[in-house]
Design a binder for this molecule. Structure first.
Ligand code: GDP
Length: 304
């Protein structure tokens, strides 16, 4: 998997080296493992959990032969990652025909700079090229650049963007975008939102208001609240996950910039700590550099 090359070579290969072929799991092996996991931004709590689970398995299974530790580690890491095959966008991705009542609404949240706009563009491309009708809503009205960029993405992908310009009411943009989606018979409406974090109450109020107005059009919207996090920012990504899960009900994660980091462990730690499935990973700046996350593929690619 080309996109995750850096994560693989810089971290997980070392991890493999630390465990592959080890026939005894002694203090030293576990210490190495712990150091590597922490270094890869898995986070201390999840790291401790992984080490404890391995200790328990080793104690239970008594004998750990060559490559067993490698297998156990893969299994335990996969077990920590939330399953991704249930929930809303997963249904959309499978193309289940059961949904018939209007467009599927994705509200995208996250702080500036994490790759929110790019991820929305990539998602629009993904759904559009799968033959789905997509409408975008530029409700990050706080930054002029955000509105402009979304419009450019809309043109690039070939999907309509509902925008009222900068400094307009985000809820009103969201409302119009969802209405436009219904009007056009769209399959997916993706709403960008402002990610200012310096005022928690503001953020919460704004997201609540955006949800409330879109529910006037589609009562069970949004069907997915997708939090975008920059996978190369380690502890910052953890802090942002904490703030956003407090401000609104986040249902899925998109982790970006995993192509540019040696520390892909953030995927494991955040999914575990917040019990939220990782739905997509960003592995580059191009339209096509977005992958549907599959935990087994991910774990195996890291060790191969
Ligand atoms: P926003 O402020 O959160 O909307 O961030 P943008 O979408 O404008 O992205 C910020 C920068 O990160 C841009 O230069 C993007 O091209 C870049 N970017 C976004 N996603 C990825 C990714 O998965 N990999 C890499 N390498 N760059 C990315």
């Amino acid at each position: 998997d080309a996109g995750l090359e850096k994560t693989k070579t810089s971290f997980f290969n070392q991890l493999s080296k630390a465990v592959v072929g080890k026939s005894t799991v002694d203090e030293a092996v576990l210490d190495d493992l712990e150091a590597l996991l922490v270094h890869a931004d898995v986070g201390i709590d999840t790291t401790v959990k992984v080490i404890e689970r391995i200790e328990q398995r080793v104690a239970r299974d008594k004998y750990v032969g060559t490559n067993d530790l490698d297998r156990i580690l893969r299994e335990e890491i996969a077990a920590l990652l939330e399953d991704n095959n249930t929930g809303s966008t997963a249904v959309l991705e499978r193309g289940d025909a059961a949904r018939g009542a209007g467009p599927f609404v994705i509200m995208v949240v996250g702080v500036n700079g994490v790759g929110k706009t790019t991820t929305i563009g990539k998602l629009a491309h993904r759904f559009h090229s799968a033959g789905k009708k997509v409408v975008l809503g530029a409700a990050d009205t706080f930054r002029a650049a955000a509105v402009d960029q979304l419009i450019i993405w809309g043109q690039r992908v070939g999907v309509p963007v509902v925008s009222h310009g900068m400094n307009t009411d985000p809820a009103s943009v969201a409302y119009d975008a969802v209405r436009k989606g219904v009007e056009l018979g769209a399959d997916v409406v993706i709403i960008d939102t402002a990610g200012r974090l310096h005022n928690k109450v503001n953020l919460m109020n704004e997201l609540t208001k955006i949800k409330r107005v879109m529910q006037k059009v589609i009562p069970d919207a949004p069907h997915e609240v997708l939090l975008v996090l920059d996978g190369s920012t380690g502890q910052n990504a953890f802090l942002q996950a904490k703030e956003f899960t407090r401000a609104t009900e986040v249902t899925a994660l998109a982790i970006t910039k995993l192509d540019g980091t040696a520390k892909g462990g953030v995927v494991i730690g955040i999914s575990d700590q917040f019990s939220i499935p990782v739905r997509y990973i960003g592995v580059g700046e191009k339209m096509t550099d977005l992958q549907l996350f599959d935990k087994h593929t991910y774990v195996n690619s890291l060790f191969s």
